[in-house]
Design a protein around this ligand. Structure first.
Ligand code: SAM
Length: 366
């Protein structure tokens, strides 16, 4: 599969042909990562944010957002819940919040590791080298940072840099990998201004950088954000006939194609997919390439305040209900609930290659 093939599949509308894509992606998923669906317990630790991302309902510029930051003991209680549920990983996600201090978070990471032994994923935005290093040393295993789009002009419009800095998320991901994190990234599908060519390029970029986790969800307009207003209209006009739709079908094509070009990566069936298609979005993701789900463990009183887009799936549920619903869905598809950390097989292979590379160079073989 090359970039042109990806582009052709993205534009494909023939349902019979698309059935072929779905079954190829599902078969590739089964062969490369098996039938287990890994559960990552999501804790939305803070909705404070210094960024003004044009798409996001909790951006610094978003009006009327009641802000919260969970306490350390509340976060630990959620992590312990994840352990009780048998999940292998907790994911701590937040807006880019300077109130989450480097040492404060390092201490929470250490306490979660001590008490639960779970794998820890962080999704806390663009942070300093010192913070990342401290968090890795404290025991964090993975970092999620979506690059959102490979179109540099579009990226700058929807994700303005902070004063005096230039945001380059791919460069940051590579830095994180050097620090020893497994790295995860992803994109939104159907952002105003995104063309089919850009989307094909996004999928190809996942492959180029051998990402360990790739999250793909449809862009969901959020009232009051710049992208839902004049900026969105301007960017859509710029894309013209090439504008991608932000619908479940296009997001599912991207999931399936990502599985084909990165067979062994971990791909979640995202909440955004379940939000746009509550009856079958999550299941369709799992049937078309995905092998991970991130059940939300955030206490209900905070969950309602972490509205990055409206109508988020599971908004008014408790963790018990979310978990029971998702596990029943997985079993209903004839799949099994994964146990253990659910690390991508790519990670082990890359480590072995690195080790044999350094061994062969030591012996003068390279
Ligand atoms: N602050 C961290 C960061 O920027 O990586 C993590 C939190 S951020 C809210 C997580 C992801 O939510 C973003 O990377 C973006 O892809 C997604 N997101 C935000 N607003 C969205 C929207 N309106 N529709 C779909 N996805 C959205």
């Amino acid at each position: 599969m090359n970039r042109d093939d990806i582009l052709r599949w993205l534009r494909e509308t023939d349902e019979a042909k698309l059935e072929g894509l779905w079954s190829l992606a599902d078969e590739t998923r089964r062969r490369a990562v098996g039938d287990e669906v890994h559960l990552r317990g999501l804790i939305e630790v803070s909705n404070h944010c210094v960024r003004s991302c044009a798409y996001c309902g909790i951006a610094a510029c978003a009006p009327k957002v009641q802000r919260y930051r969970m306490g350390a003991d509340e976060i630990l209680a959620c992590a312990e819940r994840a352990k009780e549920y048998g999940f292998g990983t907790v994911v701590m996600q937040a807006g880019e919040d300077p109130g989450i201090g480097g040492e404060w978070m390092a201490d929470i990471i250490r306490r979660i590791k001590d008490r639960t032994g779970l794998a820890i994923t962080l999704s806390l935005g663009e942070r300093s080298e010192a913070d990342l290093r401290a968090w890795r040393q404290a025991g964090a295993d993975r970092y999620l940072l979506r690059f959102e789009t490979t179109d540099p002009v579009l990226y700058r419009r929807i994700h303005p840099s902070l004063p005096g800095t230039v945001s380059d998320r791919i460069e940051q991901l590579l830095r994180m990998r050097d620090l020893g994190f497994e790295i995860g990234t992803g994109v939104m599908v159907g952002i105003p201004g995104q063309t089919w060519e850009t989307l094909a390029n996004d999928v190809w970029t996942f492959r180029d950088y051998d990402m360990d986790m790739i999250g793909i969800g449809p862009y969901i307009p959020c009232a009051g954000t710049p992208l839902d207003g004049p900026l969105g209209q301007e960017l859509t006009t710029r894309a013209g006939a090439g504008q991608t739709p932000s619908d479940p079908l296009t997001a599912l094509k991207v999931v399936a194609l990502t599985r084909l070009v990165c067979p062994e990566t971990n791909i979640p069936s995202t909440t955004a997919l379940a939000t746009l298609d509550p009856s079958s979005g999550r299941a369709n993701g799992l049937l078309r390439g995905a092998n991970v789900v991130m059940p939300n463990l955030t206490p209900p009183e905070y969950r309602v305040l972490y509205q990055i887009y409206p109508g988020k799936a599971g908004l008014h549920e408790t963790a018990d209900i979310t978990r029971a619903r998702i596990e029943a869905q997985i079993l209903g598809l004839g799949r099994t609930v994964g146990r253990g950390p659910g690390t991508s097989p790519r990670v082990g292979q890359r480590t072995m290659n690195q080790e044999s590379g350094s061994l062969s160079s030591e012996k003068g073989l390279s």
